[in-house]
Design a protein around this ligand. Sequence first.
Ligand code: KMH
Ligand code: ZN
Length: 307
Amino acid sequence: MNKTIITAAITGAIHVPGMSPYLPITPAQIIEDAVKAAEAGAAVVHIHARNPNTGQPIADVEIFEEIAKGIKSRSNAVICTTTGGSMSMTVTERLKVVPRLQPELASCNAGSVNFVISGIAEKLQPKFDWEIPYVKSTDAQIFTNTYAGIQEYVETMEKYNTMPEFEVYDTAMINNLAYFKRKGVINQPIYIQYVLGIQGGLPATVSNLVDLRRTTVELLGTQDVVWSCAAAGKDQFKLAAATAAMGGNIRVGLEDNLYLKPKVLAKSSAEQVLQVRQILDALSMPIATPDEARKILNLKGLDKVSY
Ligand code: KMH
Ligand code: ZN
């Protein structure tokens, strides 16, 4: 029977420290949240790096290495390092982590998108001065993933046998993947993470997920496309339930949603993993272990990373 891969996205670059005291900032906090999420049932942990003193999203490979080594020393969970970083980072900055850590899995954003989080400023009680300017700056930025950039990401990942997790925010990005597959740029089996609920992308609705699945089947066929869904914000668990019913894999975690229930902050990504497991248990759907996830995703193995 197919098993469901739960991914925990630990900290991301969307939420800022003033939004929740539980948002992991330092390497130690990110490591702890990732290990706890794995112990709760996450087979994959998706990690970003932050400045340990201010919580600002950063691309420092030293910080990524500290986080990856810390997780690996306590868990055999698959680590998916971001190459998305934050909206203001360059392609080069974002990509450095792949040659350095040679991870099994890394995100690869399948197109440019307005990644607007300025709405956060309305109710934010910032902990640091950078937070409000940061979220407001996204109104005038684009999260840039040009065809040249995507090709560089895919070719770099192929060189280090890192599996790309293609982040897809809207239907057009599936057409991008089909293009790169036709061009022979993408040669590995395609793994898609549909990311819904981002202002600038598609809203987190079941109908949008169904449309994305239909377009994926039309353009890419289903024989080798494994997929997962991450819904940012309040509809995270509704889309998790829909994804489970549709046979997809599920991403939760504080990168995408800081809450467990309306008005109840999640104390950790692990709490959200446990809540998703209740949905899967109710559907008698078993979850994948990290090694089962490696098989499903054709990953190279934890012994082939360089951290
Ligand atoms: N934080 C977003 C700008 C990824 O990890 O690649 C990009 C993101 C997706 O989080
Ligand atoms: Zn991310």
